[in-house]
Design a binder for this molecule. Structure first.
Ligand SMILES: Cc1cc2nc3c(=O)[nH]c(=O)nc-3n(C[C@H](O)[C@H](O)[C@H](O)COP(=O)(O)OP(=O)(O)OC[C@H]3O[C@@H](n4cnc5c(N)ncnc54)[C@H](O)[C@@H]3O)c2cc1C
Length: 389
């Protein structure tokens, strides 16, 4: 069964996204990997193509397109090119950072920050994880404290701390920082603050050397007495943790979709290969030993797609739960691992050669079970829900 998620308008949009990917993404993959950075130009080009900031309201320059299926089309087309590093950068912008701004920014902040997410002039990052705390975000030590500077516009915030593993950390123009604002207030003691590029005391550390996603500028960020005005607080003071809980489902659905469409792409490349390659006088895909695995994976991919599509529809309807998003992330990323591992195996020695996209997928996909909340944390969420009553 094929997915029945899309209608004609989505397919028209797909044609334009595919043209964009063929022209601007595929020819640059090796260069981006080698320089360990995606050129900023791709963001501007994607902005001109109308691929960024889809849900941004028209008054801030966006198309006000809240049908998430258009984002799925973009994910599918980027996966088709095997450009996982770009996928994670675009997803961080549109599914995470922009989502926080749309949900919690006030009118003045929306006017200030939203237009750049449509044009591609603003690259965003979300800084939650720290060297000592990832899964257990209550254990972060980055602080933000109030400090009047006497300029009459209300008190500033002074941020101190360090973040690590931050996607788009080197390129980011705007970083949403998860910080402790009231150490004695438990889960109500955290807030989200926006730090912009060029703010004194804000610096970037190493571009981290990773197993995969080589083109992605994952980095450390440092905050040394960073002073931001009161109006860089996003939403309510003390609501930061609750905001994370509200926004993580879309982040996890985004990862689940990326995993699903990557599994579909790798399966297609693998089928092309096993139909073409011969051994012992047969096309290798005809060997039953391989055929049973291909049959199992194809079935799993189709069944998984039905669940992912249902989650996308639920997200559009505003009914996607945190538990269902956790299941989508858990299931699809585990499946992606199985499909890519088999894909490499069935390509034989060529599957280990970087000129074959399945090899890049092998390196890139491993993080999917770790970031956005590890798959153990997804199981925790699902387990807790099972034991509720
Ligand atoms: C490439 C990359 C990009 C990233 N991008 C970002 C980003 O943009 N922003 C950001 O804030 N973070 C980002 N991260 C961080 C990522 O979200 C964390 O690495 C992840 O949440 C895990 O946290 P940790 O590394 O501290 O591992 P830990 O929390 O120390 O976990 C270590 C192990 O313990 C297990 N574990 C922990 N708690 C439990 C439990 N209760 N039950 C069972 N097992 C448990 C985990 O599942 C894991 O296997 C990124 C990471 C990478 C590698």
């Amino acid at each position: 069964m094929e997915s029945d998620l899309f209608d004609n308008d989505h397919e028209l949009f797909r044609a334009s996204v595919r043209g964009f990917v063929d022209k601007h993404v595929t020819p640059n993959l090796e260069k981006w990997d080698a320089q360990r950075l995606i050129d900023r130009e791709i963001w501007l080009a994607a902005g001109r193509q109308g691929m960024l900031g889809l849900p941004v309201p028209e008054e801030f320059g966006g198309p006000a397109e809240t049908d998430y299926r258009y984002r799925v089309v973009i994910q599918e087309e980027i996966a088709r090119a095997g450009a996982s590093a770009l996928q994670s950068g675009f997803s961080t912008n549109d599914d995470i950072v922009l989502n926080y701004l749309l949900r919690h920014a006030d009118e003045a902040q929306r006017r200030r920050w939203l237009p750049g997410f449509v044009t591609g002039e603003t690259i965003g990052a979300i800084a939650m994880s720290e060297p000592g705390a990832g899964s257990d975000l209550r254990a972060i030590t980055t602080t933000a404290v109030r400090d009047g500077d006497g300029d009459g516009d209300g008190d500033d915030w002074i941020i101190n701390g360090a973040k690590t593993f931050i996607t788009s950390g080197i390129l980011a123009d705007l970083v949403i920082v998860f910080a402790k604002t009231d150490p004695d207030a438990g889960s109500k003691g955290f807030s989200l603050l926006v730090v912009e590029d060029g703010t004194p005391g804000f610096s970037r550390g190493r571009k981290l050397d990773k197993v995969g996603l080589h083109a992605q500028d994952t980095a450390e960020l440092f905050f040394d007495n960073v002073r931001v005005p009161a109006n860089n607080l996003l939403g309510e003071r003390g609501a930061g943790f609750a905001y994370l809980m509200q926004s993580l489902p879309l982040e996890r659905l985004g990862i689940g979709i990326a995993a699903q469409v990557s599994a579909e792409a790798v399966f297609r490349w693998t089928m092309d290969y096993v139909r073409e390659r011969s051994a012992f006088g047969k096309r290798i895909g005809e060997f039953q030993g391989m055929g049973f695995t291909l049959a199992e994976l194809r079935s799993a991919i189709e069944v998984s797609r039905a669940y992912i599509d249902r989650c996308v529809r639920a997200h559009n309807a505003g009914t996607l739960t945190a538990v269902d998003a956790a299941k989508a992330k858990l299931w699809a990323t585990e499946l992606q691992g199985r499909v890519i591992d088999a894909g490499v195996q069935f390509h034989g020695g060529y599957g280990y050669m970087m000129e074959y996209p399945v090899a890049r997928a092998y390196l890139d996909h491993r993080i999917q079970r770790i970031y956005g909340g590890t798959n153990e944390i997804m199981k925790e969420i699902i387990h807790r829900d099972l034991m509720k009553s």
